[in-house]
Design a protein around this ligand. Structure first.
Ligand SMILES: [Zn+2]
Length: 213
């Protein structure tokens, strides 16, 4: 029986795309008491759509991340700490044994929004309506970028797509048409990270079972 189990595991690991085959669900808490809702609340429908395309369903809640829940929380502080990298507009940390808390820096997000709002019409060479679309899409892409960091659970950026940092003018242009996507590798890491998070409970019971032996 043990040999059979090893064989099954090898087959599973060898299958291409294993780990991203099934749909996943993630609960996201957007803080309603600080600036999180005002800054990012309008981005929820498009962020949901971005994740739906990679088979991840987002359940949105308003409020603080409940302790002990396997979920993602978003809160906002006024200023980035001195330790924040020059391009960072948020940070993720484990807030308890189960959840991940994303802290958005309001000053950095305003820096990201304002040059774009004020100066991009000429460099991008896009019409006013396209620029309005990009502005409207930006909160959703900020949510998608930060949630993807939290779901992957590792500190990395991609060379292109939603997890690129910093975004370029052409990335903003892609956002206007809702065409900026996750790379295949990011999709794999997101599903792997979510699966590992969900498996935490069964791993615990494996440990306690081993401890009883
Ligand atoms: Zn990032």
């Amino acid at each position: 029986m043990e040999i059979g189990l090893v064989g099954l595991l090898l087959v599973a690991v060898a299958l291409p795309g294993w780990g991203q085959s099934g749909p996943a669900t993630a609960d996201v808490y957007l803080n309603g008491r600080d600036d999180s809702f005002q800054l990012l609340g309008a981005g929820r429908p498009l962020a949901s759509e971005i994740f739906r395309k990679i088979d991840v369903h987002l359940n949105w809640h308003t409020g603080e991340l409940p302790a002990g829940q396997k979920a993602f929380g978003i809160r906002t502080v006024k200023r980035a700490p001195g330790s924040a990298g020059p391009d960072a507009f948020a940070a993720c940390r484990l807030s308890n044994s189960a959840g991940v808390e994303i802290t958005v820096y309001r000053d950095r997000l305003n820096d990201l929004l304002n040059p774009f709002l004020n100066a991009h019409s000429t460099p991008l060479g896009v019409g006013a309506s396209i620029q309005r679309e990009a502005e409207a899409a930006l909160p959703a892409y900020v949510l998608a970028h930060e949630l993807a960091h939290a779901m992957e659970g590792i500190a990395r950026h991609s060379e292109r797509g939603i997890l690129k940092a910093p975004w370029s003018a052409s990335d903003f242009n892609e956002m206007a048409f809702h065409r900026l996507t996750f790379t295949p590798y990011d999709i794999e890491l997101i599903h792997r990270g979510l699966a590992a998070r969900m498996a935490g409970k069964s791993l615990e019971s494996d440990d306690s079972r081993a401890a009883r032996k």
